[in-house]
Design a protein around this ligand. Structure first.
Ligand code: CTP
Length: 399
């Protein structure tokens, strides 16, 4: 059954972003019911939201027929989440005081479900102690806030007050509505490539985009885990609600991961770590000469192997294996040799799998057997991997 979202839209120029959010939610299978303040209708027409949500929009409490009003009391009961985006200083103040003088504020007050408020306003209004105190009051009552961002505001000022982007709001909604089987667990994920410096100008690296590791960290967060993501340099935005640790080289990754590892319940090594680094890094730029240049490389630490040696029996360790040939045989060797509980094997030769793609086709290798998964989105692959890790953890802990 689809989840029901009550989306309150109050009067600010950012109301147009709520239209994009409505479309995103509807396309992803949510049932969206939009409630607008009268001021919001000055910025975007209710017809826009009615078309995008496929549901009627409500504005005033008393200007529609009786049957419709009853339906809206029903909305307060059936909503799984009440989102207010954009939330002006005015509606936030009303929420804090319990004022209910239109359809949006009335339904908000009647609703017992989780609430997510996304403020958008002029910086002065946001920073005003009255607004700050109202936000604090609502936070204390358990309401979630997605902070306004810094940037150029419609009034011409530059500062904090821009509504978070629709993708960010959508991401938070997905987190809030996700079941939390990993609540109370700590999950460490590594992602992206490492870079080994040759001199101050050049480095040795690989094509890892970090997408698989970021998908794992995000899904683990959504499932309720406390997540640390140790990431090499990637073109992806940092993840909200995840402790981000940024590293460059394999040696830096080894240190960050080994420091964090003892506190973890589940560790997943999705990073593409360099196996070799330069025997010497030149402090100055290496100038070109006439003949060939020979550079000497030395091995880096195999971090997964070190973790396999450090691991306690109540911890779960999962590695990846990226191969171009003999996928399953090589992956099983990594499982045994590195003392991991699971290896996620993927082949660079497979269409839709590997570096930079949004999809992946993997085979999960454990002591119990070999399980090939279908080609699917990396987000979905991530959920499958986490589900298996959780099952292994529960088995180890006798649950
Ligand atoms: N890995 C690691 N430290 C390294 C190299 C790899 O922790 N120095 C981890 C990766 O994060 C991954 C797993 O080991 O989880 C396998 O990585 P992969 O590059 O497929 O294999 P290697 O072990 O490096 O072996 P080979 O290069 O011979 O395939």
């Amino acid at each position: 059954m689809s989840k029901v979202i009550a989306l309150g839209v109050s009067g600010g120029i950012a109301a147009y972003k709520a239209a994009a959010l409505t479309s995103m939610l509807h396309k992803n299978g949510y049932e969206v019911h939009v409630l607008m303040t009268r001021n919001a209708t000055e910025f975007v027409s209710p017809l826009t939201f009615e078309t995008l949500s496929n549901n009627r929009v409500s504005v005033d409490t008393f200007d529609r027929n009786f049957e419709y009003n009853v339906q809206h009391i029903a909305l307060a009961k059936k909503a799984d989440l009440f989102v207010v985006a954009p939330a002006t200083a005015n509606v936030i103040a009303k929420f804090a005081c319990g004022i209910a003088d239109d359809m949006l504020t009335t339904t908000f007050l009647a609703c017992r479900c989780q609430k997510l408020i996304c403020p958008a306003m002029n910086t002065g209004m946001l920073e005003n102690p009255a607004t700050q105190q109202n936000i604090e009051t609502l936070r204390r009552r358990g309401m979630k806030f997605l902070d306004a961002e810094n940037g150029l505001l419609a009034c011409g000022d530059t500062g904090k007050g821009r509504l978070a982007e629709p993708e960010e709001i959508f991401d938070y909604i997905e987190e809030l509505l996700s079941p939390k089987p990993m609540a109370g667990l700590k999950v460490l994920v590594t992602a992206g490539p490492t870079q080994e410096s040759m001199d101050p100008v050049r480095f040795l690296s690989n094509h890892s985009s970090g997408k698989m590791g970021y998908a794992l960290a995000k899904q683990a967060r959504n499932l309720g885990a406390e997540v640390t993501l140790v990431s090499g340099k990637v073109a992806l935005a940092p993840l909200r609600g995840v402790q981000m640790v940024s590293i460059t080289s394999a040696a830096e990754m080894a240190k960050a991961v080994k420091d964090a590892f003892p506190a973890q319940d589940i560790t997943i090594k999705a990073a593409a770590v360099a196996d070799y680094t330069f025997a010497e890094t030149s402090p100055e730029k290496i100038k070109k000469g006439e003949g060939e240049l020979t550079l000497s490389l030395k091995r880096t630490e195999d971090i997964l192997r070190s973790l396999g040696q450090m691991a306690r029996p109540d911890q779960v360790l999962c590695g990846f294996a990226m191969e171009t040939q003999n996928l399953l045989e090589n992956a099983r060797k990594k499982l045994e040799g590195k003392h991991a509980d699971m290896i996620v094997a993927n082949s660079l030769r497979e269409a839709g799998a590997g570096f930079g793609t949004d999809t992946n086709r993997v085979t999960l290798i454990t002591q119990q057997g070999t399980e090939p998964l279908e080609l699917m989105e990396k987000e979905e692959v991530a959920r499958e991997i986490l589900r298996r890790c959780l099952a292994i953890l529960e088995k180890k802990r006798g649950k």
